[in-house]
Design a protein around this ligand. Structure first.
Ligand code: UD1
Ligand code: UDP
Length: 377
């Protein structure tokens, strides 16, 4: 009998990292009966990913509210997840998969725990060791790990973190990050011409160095964001650069970015891009500046150097490999490091090696095999 598998997700990064896994599980109907539940913690940003991967959810809880607080989204989610995990429609999952560290991840794991459904945690074991950074994601990931029965670690470093916390070896699988399955799939599609980005980049000046920026972390709201935007405004003084910043729709991000970066002719503030055009944009970049976890992982697959707008990262592997550098939210430091890379193409190229410590594009396959073997015991 196929194992009844539920995938639970709600935000853009979870969708990007779970859709390849859903498709892989769905391609094996003899092993798995798959259902997908989206909380829609994000709405537009989630839907574009579902569209790109052609994944139709079986349950759509449609929970996003503009400007939602952590309290509000957590409370709404727990109530809405109860019937899905309890099998109110007659279909109770035998395992629930969650991914990463968001509110949906935490609530999904907790709801599964209450329903006595085993939890599979994908991208388990990442740690900064500081519960305030990233906030609240570090705590979400720690708590989800405590509730998980199967732990899918992207790297051996993440697996070691779990072992140190007492997780049994036979419950941990090192699989690579499923986000690399997604980015390599799109990269190959763009290169082969089987995928098109469908975006007009003609207003970008090819003679200028393109800097692609994303930033949205909660711990940077307020003064951190002011400093990030001031540093970008300083950088935009250079006549040889062009900055493209797809701005996260969170009002705490939109407001400072609009206030501090409007009227800069070489700073293009645009709406969040769909996944395929965003990968295409990153391919064209000289440099990425970001606080995103996913972009930190994707950059090395595209051979792009990255300055990370965080004091600490739960993804140290690319820092060790030299393709990522932490610059925090210090205006002077961001400017200094960006200028160094802009002024010294050799330094930039040395940082831009195509090497990915996060995966080889086969994580979904390993997760499916591990799940099947777990249920055949
Ligand atoms: C969440 C995650 C964060 C992840 C980020 C990815 C938590 C605690 N944080 O943060 O780890 O990096 O998603 O983007 O779960 N909004 C829209 N449309 C959308 C999406 C968001 O308008 O498609 C706006 C809404 O006003 C929403 C707000 O953004 O209320 C914040 O969304 P929320 O999911 O609460 O937090 P994020 O900051 O996106
Ligand atoms: N991304 C996207 N469009 C954009 C910006 C980012 O599709 O305009 C993708 C990016 O390639 C990565 C993911 O969104 O896969 C990262 O999501 P986000 O930064 O929202 O969350 P995080 O990774 O920080 O949790």
């Amino acid at each position: 009998m196929p194992v009844r598998v539920l995938f639970l997700f709600g935000t853009r990064p979870e969708a990007i990292k779970l859709c390849p896994v859903v498709l892989h599980f769905r391609s094996q109907p003899e092993r798995f009966e798959v259902r997908v539940c989206v909380t829609a913690q994000h709405r537009g940003m989630l839907d574009q990913v579902l569209g790109a991967f052609e994944v139709q959810p079986d349950y759509d809880l449609n929970l996003m509210q503009p400007g939602q607080t952590l309290f509000q989204s957590t409370a709404r989610m727990m109530a809405a997840l109860e019937p899905v995990l309890m099998g109110a429609d007659g279909w109770k999952p035998e395992i629930a998969f969650v991914q990463g560290d968001t509110t949906t991840t935490l609530c999904g794991a907790l709801a599964a725990f209450y329903a006595r459904v085993p939890v599979g945690h994908i991208e388990a074991g990442l740690r900064t060791g500081d519960l305030a950074q990233p906030f609240p994601e570090e705590m979400n990931r720690v708590l989800t790990g405590r509730m998980a029965d199967l732990h899918f670690a992207a790297t051996s470093w993440a697996a070691d973190n779990l072992r140190r916390e007492g997780v049994a070896d036979e419950r941990i699988w090192v699989t690579g990050n499923t986000g690399i399955d997604a980015v390599l799939h799109v990269k190959r599609g763009l290169e082969a011409g089987t995928m098109v980005a469908d975006t007009d980049w003609s207003r970008l000046n090819p003679a200028k160095k393109l800097i692609v920026v994303t930033a949205h972390r909660r711990e940077s709201f307020g003064s951190g964001f002011e400093r990030i935007c001031q540093a970008l405004a300083d950088l935009a003084e250079r006549p040889d650069v062009e900055i493209v910043y797809p701005v996260h729709p969170n009002p705490n991000v939109q407001d400072p970015v609009t206030r501090l970066l409007a009227h800069r002719p070489n700073v293009h503030r645009i709406a969040p891009l769909d996944y395929v055009p965003f990968i295409d944009l990153m391919r064209r970049a000289y440099l990425l500046i970001t606080d995103s976890g996913g972009v930190q992982e994707e950059g090395p697959s595209l051979g792009k150097p990255i300055l990370v707008l965080r004091e600490k990262t739960e993804r140290p592997e690319a820092v060790a490999a030299g393709t990522v550098k932490l610059v925090g939210t210090d205006r002077g430091k961001i400017l200094l490091e960006a200028n160094r890379l802009l002024d010294d193409p050799k330094l930039r190229d040395a940082m831009a090696l195509v090497h990915n410590p996060y995966g080889d594009g086969r994580a979904s396959e390993r997760i499916a095999d591990a799940t099947a073997s777990f249920f055949s015991r």
